[in-house]
Design a protein around this ligand. Structure first.
Ligand code: ADP
Length: 378
């Protein structure tokens, strides 16, 4: 019988595990939030991932459970583990990806470079931090944020009054995370995969470009990263993967500061947008590597096919119709571009697909990837 991997969440990350699973002869079963999601081809059942009975029932027929997102509640994850289900990444690692305050605490304990930060429970505490950090700071809700939602640059606590009100209302002693406003030259991401038996394989560090808190482009490897930068980035990610006991793919989002420091911003414990290039640019793509890792199989090589890989997200998509309506123009005009269509309805700002181009000349590759992605956007 085929090995079965159960994926909780039916978004594009689950969808992109499907071809990798087919290649490895693995069966993929998805627990999707609703009908018609991106990973519809592999959906086993539709249900609520916060409901313990639903998740336990789903897990009964799989060999290992993994995720398309990090939102499965800790108590549900622990019930799975207690029931003898293999869960990768496990709850003890995942909690650091679920709560930015816990993550900051743990990374500081590990002696890793992070922005100056504090846990603030009151507007007065926040105003003190802002005053001590040159008049501005970045405030984050510890849980539930993504794509820049739950992140705000402020000059006064009054600008996040409603976040403090929410904490006060839920009465569970909540707090916000505040960080120095980092003066960064660029953002980077370091991906590694780690298996339960401890094998760790990194990809090259990449440069990520965000627009309005959403990733728009990724360049692999990050330009000017050979040598020290690549070493620091991979050793930081390996320390985190080992220190937090992460299994599967770990993405570490980094800032390269104007004074040449590398600081850790965020963690994701699953395949990540900054690793999509690897499907077309690397010997082993992140979705295949994630499946190998969660099954504790040997990991694949991560050498690149070409000097450069550039991934451009298709954000929003066409104003009318679907991505496929643009195929005649895109596929004929950009034969070197590799399109990944997530099968989602176009909507402003939504990640509906991406394009990757690989090649020897960075300028050419960037130009072509942007041009191909642009065909799908109005
Ligand atoms: P999310 O979890 O929503 O992706 P992040 O914590 O990654 O949120 O922040 C989103 C973006 O906000 C980052 O990619 C970066 O551009 C910016 N940002 C976050 N933290 C800081 C900071 N301390 N200083 C400067 N910019 C920041």
């Amino acid at each position: 019988m085929a090995v079965v991997v159960g994926v909780i969440g039916g978004g594009q990350l689950a969808r992109m595990m499907i071809p990798a699973a087919i290649e490895l002869g693995i069966e993929l079963k998805v627990l999707a939030e609703t009908d018609g999601m991106s990973a519809a081809l592999a959906v086993d059942r539709v249900g609520d991932y916060t409901d313990a009975a639903t998740v336990l029932e789903f897990a009964r027929d799989v060999d290992v459970v993994t995720f398309d997102h990090e939102h499965v509640p800790q108590d549900v994850l622990r019930l799975l583990v207690d029931a003898g289900v293999r869960v990768h990444p496990g709850p003890d690692a995942l909690r650091f990806a679920q709560d930015k305050l816990l993550m900051r605490e743990r990374l500081s304990e590990l002696g890793l470079p992070v922005p100056d930060w504090a846990r603030v429970e009151t507007p007065d505490d926040l105003d003190d931090f802002i005053r001590e950090h040159g008049g501005s700071a970045v405030v984050k809700t510890p849980r539930g944020g993504y794509d820049g939602k739950g992140v705000r640059v402020v000059r006064a606590a009054a600008e996040v009054a409603e976040w403090f009100a929410t904490i006060a209302e839920d009465g569970r002693g909540g707090a916000l995370l505040v960080e120095e406003l980092v003066d960064f030259r660029r953002e980077l991401a370091q991906l590694v995969a780690r298996s339960p038996s401890g094998e760790i394989v990194p990809w090259p560090v990449v440069e990520t470009v965000q627009v309005g808190g959403v990733c728009s482009e990724v360049i692999a490897p990050a330009p000017r990263s050979a040598g020290r930068l690549a070493d620091v980035a991979s050793s930081v990610a390996i320390t985190i993967a080992e220190g937090l006991g992460v299994t599967g793919v770990l993405a570490v989002e980094l800032f390269e500061t104007t004074d040449n420091r590398i600081l850790v911003n965020e963690l994701a414990m699953r395949p990540h947008n900054s690793g999509h290039w690897s499907m077309d640019g690397s010997t082993t793509g992140q979705f295949e590597q994630h499946l190998r890792a969660v099954l504790d199989l040997p990991l694949g090589g991560t050498g690149s096919h070409e000097a450069w890989s550039v991934m451009v997200n298709v954000l929003g998509g066409p104003a009318e119709g679907t991505l496929a309506d643009r195929y005649p123009e895109a596929l004929a005009g950009h034969p070197t571009a590799k399109l990944h269509n997530y099968g989602k309805l176009p909507r402003p700002g939504r990640k509906v697909g991406h394009v990757t181009v690989i090649g020897a000349d960075l300028d050419d590759v960037v130009y072509e990837a942007r041009a191909a992605a642009a065909v799908f956007q109005d």
